[in-house]
Design a protein around this ligand. Structure first.
Ligand SMILES: [Cu+2]
Length: 441
């Protein structure tokens, strides 16, 4: 593939996908970064050397902007309560950073000197740990060991040089606060791009929540979880990842919960090119399509998007492939034996009415379904809400696509050039998209 075509991919990703979901201030900053990056790339590419890498996109979360103070990149993180809509009919009271849960992504380049001011607007003390980063002990963020806790209303300044490249994350160093959502990506790009170069780079934070019916506050002491999210949203609210047919894709996944998640990609094979410790040597790569992302780990996979289509990316734990139907299951557990299609439909419709969408029920059941012990299983669980969750990234999906999307799940859309470009144009056109996830704080 020629350099100019590769540049086009990178620029399209920077100018298009990267700007989606950000406030105007962030958009402006991202634009200036993108043009700066594009200039550097074209200079270096013309000499035949590697250019700087494409930036990672964090769908449904976005990036943390920074300001320069001399040679130092200065970031400002605010720990605070956040209201997060995880599916159209369910919002959670979680904790996050800068109005987002997970927090916005920090992206730097190996060798950068960074200053990160952490402001605590939580009702209790906190601190920040830089997970996987080799920093001086006084920057390690463990309360009472390497620093005094950051009291409510106070600020604490962390400052260090990023010596490594890789996929890291920041999180409060307090177990229950982690489970309330206090985590975000910390990406350290290498100065020169790794080979083979990638055209798309995406990041997903895995989180899980235990929330009782009619409640909005996660039970952080629970050992069982009923809501599973990619970047703070459950399918079908997850924004599909776009890849141009024939491009190379990097996907980075981090996990900070109580379970290990086997993340499966349909229709393609990938290789693990990195872990939470950085890049793996190429001889260690081998083909697979399911990667187990353990607690506190990062896994980086890469693949060629060679087959057109809308391919699932999801955790393969069966209970993580569905949204909580606790309200329904409660009734079902009481009345499984005599549950009729009519009463099940009624339950689904009452849930659907709360979110103001028309419940569709596209998968037929047998007329005598109730005569089979064990019925129903997945019948009645499908909730089509295409229009409610539509955004440019869902353009052109088959009718009722959303009925097949639940839980810890998103989609990799491998699109021929003209379709990919069409969606990019749609994304660039609208400042705020219908159905776009907005973080309220
Ligand atoms: Cu899982």
């Amino acid at each position: 593939m020629g350099n100019s075509r590769r540049n086009f991919f990178r620029n399209a990703a920077l100018f298009g996908t990267g700007l989606f979901g950000l406030s105007e201030g962030l958009r402006a900053q991202a634009r200036s970064l993108a043009s700066e990056g594009a200039t550097k790339r074209s200079k270096q590419d013309s000499t035949g050397r590697n250019g700087p890498p494409v930036r990672m996109l964090t769908p449904d979360a976005g990036d943390l902007p920074f300001a320069m103070d001399g040679g130092t990149k200065v970031f400002h993180l605010v720990a605070q309560p956040v209201k997060r809509t995880i599916v159209p009919w369910k919002s959670l009271d979680v904790w996050g950073y800068n109005g987002s849960c997970p927090g916005p992504t920090i992206q730097v380049t190996q060798g950068d000197h960074v200053r990160i001011v952490v402001e605590n607007r939580l009702p209790e003390s906190t601190s920040m740990h830089w997970h996987g980063l080799e920093v001086p002990i006084e920057q390690d963020g463990v309360p009472w060991i390497s620093q005094k806790p950051i009291a409510p209303g106070e600020k604490y300044t962390y400052e260090f040089t990023v010596q490594q490249e890789g996929t890291f994350f920041y999180h409060a160093h307090s177990a229950m606060q982690e489970m309330m959502g206090l985590i975000g990506f910390f990406i350290a790009h290498p100065r020169d791009e790794f080979l083979p170069r990638v055209d798309h780079d995406y990041g997903i934070v895995l989180q899980e929540w235990a929330v009782l019916p009619s409640n909005s506050v996660p039970n952080t002491a629970s050992m069982e979880f009923n809501w599973l999210t990619f970047n703070g949203v459950s399918a079908p609210l997850t924004t599909p990842l776009l890849a141009r047919l024939g491009s190379r894709v990097r996907l980075r996944i981090v996990n900070l919960g109580m379970d290990h998640h086997p993340i499966h990609l349909h229709g393609h094979q990938f290789v693990i090119t990195g872990t939470e410790g950085g890049r793996s040597p190429q001889p260690a790569w081998y083909p697979m399509n399911t990667v187990l992302v353990g607690v506190a780990q990062a896994r980086v996979v890469e693949f060629e998007a060679k087959y057109p289509g809308d391919w699932m990316i999801h955790c393969h734990l069966p209970h993580h492939m569905m949204n909580s139907m606790m309200d329904l299951l409660r009734d079902r557990q009481i009345s499984t034996a005599d549950l009729t299609e009519e009463s099940a439909m009624q339950q689904m419709q009452s849930l659907a009415a709360k979110a103001k969408f028309q419940h569709v029920h596209p998968s037929p059941v047998a007329q005598d379904a109730n005569a089979t012990p064990g019925f129903p299983q997945d019948a009645f669980m499908e909730m089509g809400m295409d229009e409610l969750v539509q955004k440019p990234e869902t353009h052109g999906l088959p009718k009722n696509w959303s009925a097949g999307m639940m839980g810890m799940m998103t989609m990799l859309r491998v699109l021929p050039a003209e379709k990919y470009d069409e969606i990019l144009r749609m994304k660039n056109k609208a400042a705020v998209q219908p159905g776009e996830v907005r973080h309220e704080s």
